[in-house]
Design a protein around this ligand. Structure first.
Ligand code: COA
Length: 330
């Protein structure tokens, strides 16, 4: 019997309407457009302003449009995996809430929390259900509403992050799909990027709120160095394992955290920037949303058989690279 792969059959993004520009950030913290542009490559990001909306609303919107554009019946979806660090609630999981809101009555769901590597890890998890023949149609979502955990008085973090969502539909294929992944983790990295309170270590209290401990804490320079090293080594590893050189690769899809990180990784691996997907200028770092949002933005340029490497680095630390072969003409 020939090997079964899990191939991406469609991709869809969902973004909030509100655009937070660098100019507006200048009115909130001591920063300026020139610093943000040269140090990060970000010009604007989207923010979910509706008070009654959450990650599941962006996810359900992306899922519904994805099903429509791929002509897929809601009842055929068997599993939805949502990668996020900004779940609607601590429990239940956002995937099940998404299924409810999108009307997917035959699907089960669960969340994966691996910060900015969440979508990458979820993609391989979803793919494995299809490779084993256990399931036929799986949706993998990467979504984050970072504005709910960002301190808009902290200039070191508030300029970087944004809100956004992307979703892909996975189905079985004989000749293309997710081929291989190299994933890594180092829990000691938690000291450099985390949210201090709101978990079992430090439950929410008057004191944690007063101390602004329900926001992202980041030591940017340390994270930067680990991100460049982590992404470039795992990309090289997955290429070596599959006998690929930079020339063989049609597209690189890097996590969109900082334009300088993206170009350093591209330089180290000798990928020309024309092959490197970039949309950080418009969305900033949407955490689990960056990779599927890149695929969505570049979908019309993608061709069946394109060799693509996705790579991410995030809180945990978590990081890795996935090699896949694209399944349709965009
Ligand atoms: N506007 C203006 N000045 C700022 C600023 C801002 N928004 N943020 C920091 N600065 C200042 C600092 O105070 C510092 O000033 P000083 O030299 O007078 O002390 C100077 O800019 C340099 O600060 P530094 O933190 O070294 O900047 P940096 O070049 O490392 O850029 C980040 C900061 C956060 C953009 C960068 O470190 C980064 O992108 N890190 C990785 C983030 C990441 O990938 N996170 C997610 C992982 S998934």
């Amino acid at each position: 019997m020939s090997k079964k792969y899990a191939v991406i059959k469609g991709v869809q993004g969902a973004l909030p309407d509100y655009v937070l520009t660098n100019k507006e950030l200048e009115t909130l913290v001591d920063t300026n457009d020139e610093w943000i542009t040269t140090r990060t490559g970000i010009k604007e990001r989207r923010i979910l302003k509706d008070k009654d909306k959450a990650a599941s609303d962006l996810a359900a919107n992306a899922v519904e449009k994805l099903l429509e554009k791929t002509g897929t019946n809601k009842d055929d979806i068997e599993l939805v995996i949502v990668a996020t660090v900004t779940a609607d609630m601590v429990f239940p999981d956002t995937a099940n809430i998404t299924c409810d809101k999108a009307g997917l009555n035959n699907a089960f769901g669960f969340d994966i929390n691996a910060a900015c590597s969440g979508f990458l890890f979820a993609l391989t998890t979803g793919a494995q259900y299809i490779e084993t023949g256990r399931l036929k149609k799986v949706i993998v979502v990467g979504v984050d509403v970072m504005s709910t955990i960002i301190d808009y008085t902290d200039r070191a973090t508030c300029v970087i992050f944004g809100d956004g969502c992307g979703a892909v539909l996975l189905e079985a294929s004989e000749d293309s799909g997710v081929i291989d992944s190299v994933f890594r983790g180092d829990g000691s990295g938690r000291h450099y990027l985390h949210m201090k309170a709101g978990g079992s270590l430090k439950p929410a209290s008057k004191e944690t709120v007063e101390n602004r401990e329900h926001y992202v804490y980041q030591e940017g320079r340390t994270v930067f160095k680990h991100a460049v090293k982590g992404m470039s080594t795992t990309v090289q590893e997955v290429m070596d394992r599959n006998n690929l050189t930079a020339d063989d690769i049609d597209w690189v899809v890097p996590h969109q955290a900082n334009m300088r990180i993206i170009s350093s990784v591209a330089d180290m691996l000798r990928f020309p920037m024309e092959k490197v997907m970039q949309n950080i200028a418009h969305y900033g770092n949407t955490t689990a949303g960056t990779l599927p949002l890149c695929l969505w933005d570049y979908e019309s340029k993608l061709k069946k058989g394109d060799k693509i490497i996705l790579t991410a680095f995030g809180g945990g630390f978590t990081w890795g690279a996935t090699y896949l072969i694209w399944g349709y003409d965009g």
